[in-house]
Every structure is written in structure tokens, then in C-alpha cells.
Design a protein around this ligand. Sequence first.
Ligand SMILES: [Zn+2]
Length: 155
Amino acid sequence: MSAPLANVLERDVDTEGPRGRLTVDVPESWLEAGTVLEIVVPKRLACARCDGGGCDGCGRSGAIRIDESEEARTVRITLSESARAVRLIRPLGADAGLDQLVVELRPAAVASELCRRVRGGPRGNGHGILTHARLRLLVLVAFVVAVIVALALRR
Ligand SMILES: [Zn+2]
């Protein structure tokens, strides 16, 4: 489990090299901020520049081949709020021949075989972690208690 955390780019940055695209099925409940997914990038990726038609980025083949071991093709991504597509820059390192990888997350009943959840988001983890909403409620309760105590002491 030593897969590096891939660099996630929020905006579209044009890099020169091959750009692949991958659609991954994930259960709806996984799609929340803080979820960490581990994805094994297939050896053959659709070219994101030409959609398989063939261009300079993919050597006119329409696809990008990655000759790396399964371990080397494994990436981890942390989802941000309502992310449905994640753009990764050189997710497999500088020498893998993949400059960008766009991972599209598609809500489905069952997760794709190449994808697994390493860690759920705050809601998925259930209790134990204070969400913002719970924290706000806690602060509110503490404030009300403080007011009641202050009023009681005045009498
Ligand atoms: Zn292409």
C-alpha cells in the first residue's frame, strides 16, 4: 500500500504528452469529500484528446499503452466536494508515458473491479469524526448551556 497520492488538478492545464481517460463506476455513497479511492490504471487507456480517433498525443492509435506492473499502475485519489471527474497529472510518475489522466466517476450499483475504497468520507465513516454540522451544533449547545448557567448565577 505504498501508492503515492496523485496530484489532483482542479483546473484544466494543457500538458504536452499523452492524455488518457478512464471511466470508473463507484457506488453513490462513495462520492463524498474525503473518500480515498485506489484505482488500478488499465494497461490500455482511451486517448482523451481524440476519443480514439488518433492524434499526435497517442501516436495515431487512439489509445495509450502503459507497460508497467499492476503495482506501478495503482494510484490513490482523495475526492473533493462533489467531484465527478478528477484530473491527475503524471499519476504514474514521469517515465510512464502518461501526462494526464482524467478519471470520470460514474455512480453505479457496484464499483468497477479496478477501483476500491481505501477510506470513506466523514459520513461513510459514521461516528467518531466531527463533521462541520455536528461541530456547529456542539458549539450552539455549549453556548445555550453557558447562557443558562450565567442566568442561574445572576439570581
Ligand atoms: Zn489521440
